[in-house]
Design a binder for this molecule. Structure first.
Ligand code: NDP
Length: 498
């Protein structure tokens, strides 16, 4: 075991990528770094395997995926421990993450055939002599690039759906969590040993860039908006389609008729689970004036009880050491620009930990409101009413998720949020609902994982028409006569002219 100077910071040594625990600095994993040519070879092997995997059909793939799901369920504690050691995440948070991933594998495996398989669709009168057929065929090889903050949930959210759709997958895990990525592909290989259907390549950002240029048929990227731009630029060179799950700055709105105890409980969990390092984490809260003070008191009481530390605590270390400076800057700027820390504050930053921090009255133009903080921090600002809360929530270019607490107007407010997802009277729950699509808008990206849309994301749409009778009004042929065209004009006026 190697102890390192900056715990959590990955080390590159003799062609190996070594990940380390952000809490202790102990080595968590050691994987060979893939060169651009290694990446290309991995994709070539995956392409050869894709014919076999696609050939299994939906029932065959379903069987294999359900066996993989079972293996993950049986080994959930082992995987949670690895997630904990490599990323610092509390074991209980890791368990919840893996449970969600297992649910997605199950749903994708069971529903891919229904959603993507060949089916007839209705013909219209204008082409009634043809039948219409639709199916979603696999792309071939999908490259999945994942972040470190949910090293099981995020890659599985893309990979399970891509695999169920009949693609093979090459995963590039984050340099902070390569061992978890390798664990996933190794466990898959235990149930699908015949061919390299799901493999991983390791390294820094340039390995991800090499994957974008490796000839894959689609890239599913999850990570920051800044990297998403680079991924899109690289994929543009070969017109490789991309799915972007980018960053977020999700808000929670607390309306006047909300259950404040439930809202405070969900707010603290939504903002501080995984030490706040959650793309769909609650970072900003807008509470309406009549309940503002009571709500803040409840949040402070609940957040103040959270424990912080390496083992058995509610809040673990910040995974990426460089993020600590961002969190510190956001807190300091919020306080120096007129905000107040009602819990924690600048002194809460004690690397590698950040203690729960609640900031109120933070100027809307400060970075704590506008940029991803990714720490166990919340800003809570007072608003006149729900309309002002919606306007402030929608003022940012991010649009990932969001939450609304209230009774009468809550669903209407949720629908008005400029985001891909929202949860009413809960936080983050849409991520675990495998029947619902997951993804954002604006700087949070485009395309969807999860649910039916998530399956279709990994299928190439194929539309087929088939003649079933002679054409009564031949038009798509040079054999048509002027009389046929005249009859067509007459028919169209009867059908659509009123
Ligand atoms: P990054 O954007 O830094 O990295 C994401 C992945 O991209 C990593 O595997 C990284 O490799 C890789 N990468 C880096 N540079 C390139 C490049 N030029 N070309 C291709 N790939 C590259 O994000 P983080 O890992 O820091 O993750 C946190 C971010 O992810 C946050 O913004 C968070 O909101 C977002 N996120 C979004 C989710 C969503 O579903 N919308 C879910 C979870 C997180 P390496 O690590 O080796 O640099």
């Amino acid at each position: 075991m190697t102890a390192v100077r900056v715990p959590g910071l990955p080390i590159v040594e003799a062609g190996q990528l070594i990940s380390t625990s952000p809490a202790t600095g102990v080595e968590a994993g050691r994987l060979p770094i893939a060169t651009a040519s290694d990446v290309r070879q991995a994709v070539d092997r995956a392409r050869e395997a894709s014919e076999w995997w696609a050939g299994l059909g939906f029932p065959g793939r379903r069987q294999h995926l359900l066996r993989w799901r079972a293996l993950l369920a049986q080994r959930i504690e082992q995987l949670a421990e690895l997630v904990h050691v490599e990323g610092g995440k509390p074991v209980a948070d890791a368990i919840v993450e893996i449970v969600t991933a297992i649910e997605h594998i199950d749903w994708a495996a069971r529903n891919a055939g229904r959603v993507l398989g060949p089916r007839r669709v209705r013909s219209r009168l204008i082409l009634a002599e043809f039948s219409a057929h639709l199916e979603y065929q696999p792309y071939g090889v999908v490259g999945v690039i994942g972040p470190w903050n949910y090293p099981v949930f995020t890659p599985v959210g893309s990979a399970a759906y891509a695999l169920a759709a009949g693609n093979t997958v090459v995963l590039k895990p984050s340099e902070y969590t390569p061992a978890v990525g390798q664990w996933l592909v190794d466990s898959f290989a235990e149930v699908v040993g015949e061919q390299p259907v799901f493999t991983a390549v390791h390294g820094l950002g340039d390995t991800g860039a090499a994957l974008c240029r490796s000839g894959v048929d689609k890239i599913a990227f999850t990570g920051s908006t800044a990297t998403a731009r680079k991924v899109m630029a690289a994929c543009a060179e070969s017109l490789t389609p991309v799915l972007i799950e980018g960053g977020g700055k999700d808000a929670m709105i607390v309306d006047s008729d909300a259950n404040l105890d439930a809202a405070a409980e969900a707010c603290v969990w939504g903002g501080m689970t995984n030490a706040g390092q959650t793309c769909i984490g609650i970072e900003r809260v807008y509470a309406v004036d009549p309940i503002f003070d009571a709500f803040v008191d409840k949040v402070v009481a609940k957040a103040g009880r959270l424990t912080v530390g390496p083992e058995g605590a509610d809040i673990g270390p910040i995974t990426m050491p460089s993020q600590i400076d961002v969190i510190r800057r956001h807190i300091e700027e919020a306080v120096s620009s007129g905000g107040r820390a009602v819990l924690g504050g600048p002194s809460a930053v004690q690397p590698p930990y950040v203690h729960p921090t609640v900031l109120v009255d933070v100027p809307e133009d400060s970075d704590a409101i506008r940029e991803e903080t990714f720490g166990p921090t919340l800003t809570i600002n007072r608003v006149r009413d729900a309309d002002e809360a919606v306007a402030r929530t929608n003022a940012l270019s991010y649009g990932l998720g969001g939450s609304v607490f209230g009774r009468r107007r809550a669903v209407t407010i949720a629908r008005r949020l400029r985001s891909g997802m929202a949860s009413v009277n809960s936080t983050l729950t849409f991520a675990g609902m495998s029947t619902l699509p997951f993804g954002g808008t604006g700087d949070s990206g485009f395309g969807r994982i999860h649910g039916e849309d998530g399956l279709r994301e990994f299928g190439r749409t194929k539309a087929i028409t088939r003649r079933r009778a002679r054409s009564l009004l031949p038009s798509m042929t040079f054999e048509r006569t002027p009389a046929d065209v005249a009859r067509l004009v007459k028919a169209i006026k009867v059908m659509y002219g009123r």
